[in-house]
Design a protein around this ligand. Structure first.
Ligand code: FMN
Length: 255
């Protein structure tokens, strides 16, 4: 781990401080970059919400070797984890690793461990292009996430995403309000159920909506026909003071 952390510090060039605990403090406000927006309270809330989970110790049973293999959207995965879509490696991480090297490592590394990697999207064309190429090279074994662009651009990208061979496509609605896109003159906005239905109809495989943080939005997503949601606040990079993602999964909202 020492060697890995030292190497990460070198490659991340200060964009990520590689802190002992990734808690959003050192990089607060660094979007673009690796931090959370503004005070990074939403980034910190993500960490706190996850850390608030505790395991139940169940020891009276006959399971000697725990089995964590699972099936998600028809894909058999060796563990219930997908690698999140990350785009803009050059301007978010300082360019110590190229977009292509990062995406290839993510897609191939995920496959090598029996799961799937997701790829991101952004204003510069090379972000989604690099992701599409890596998924195509892997025979469609990856999940491309497209930003909620307007009109033709969105439908064109969805079509090209499907041409990679991927049969699961995602859209990160949690990018609505992302300052990085606004700085580049291309902000994106929320989508209505009617718009989501049109988008859903343009995808022949499964469709994931990323950025659902309330029960109300989850119900609307279901109404629009999406197959799965990702509960996420985009790493606290969009809305300061948003709730921590893992907190939204709790049955009781009192805690
Ligand atoms: C540098 C950086 C770039 C990101 N790029 C994308 C992207 O292109 N598409 C996307 O859907 N999410 C993107 N995200 C958000 C992550 O996929 C993810 O939502 C975030 O790290 C928080 O994890 P969680 O969603 O599991 O809570 C990015 C996050 C970071 C830190």
């Amino acid at each position: 781990m020492k060697e890995i952390l030292e190497n990460a510090r070198k490659l991340m060039k200060g964009y990520c401080r590689v802190c002992p605990v990734c808690d959003g403090r050192a990089c607060a406000g660094e979007v673009p970059g690796m931090g959370g927006l503004g005070t990074a309270s939403a980034f910190k809330a993500n960490l706190a919400a996850l850390a608030a989970y505790r395991f139940n110790m169940r020891l009276v049973h006959d399971v000697k070797k725990p089995q964590i293999r699972t099936t998600i959207l028809g894909k058999s995965l060796s563990l219930p984890v997908l690698a999140a879509p990350i785009g803009g490696v050059s301007f978010n991480m300082g360019g110590g690793v190229s977009e292509a090297a990062y995406i290839e490592a993510l897609i191939q590394g995920s496959l090598a461990k029996g799961t799937l990697g997701c790829t991101g999207d952004g204003v510069p064309e090379f972000i989604h292009q690099t992701g599409f190429q890596a998924i195509q090279a892997a025979g469609g074994m990856g999940i491309p996430f497209i930003k909620p662009w307007e009109d033709d651009e969105l439908f064109d990208k969805l079509e090209r995403a499907q041409a990679t061979g991927a049969d699961i496509i995602g859209m990160d609605l949690d990018a609505a309000g992302l300052v990085t896109l606004r700085k580049m003159g291309r902000p994106v906005s929320p989508k209505s159920v009617t718009e989501l239905k049109r988008i859903r109809a343009a995808v022949s495989g499964k469709f994931i909506l990323k950025g659902v943080m309330t029960v109300a939005d989850a119900l609307l997503a279901a109404e629009a026909g999406v197959d799965a949601i990702v509960v996420s606040n985009h790493g606290g990079r969009v809305l300061d003071f948003a709730r921590g993602a893992a907190r939204c999964c709790r049955r009781s909202t009192r805690r």
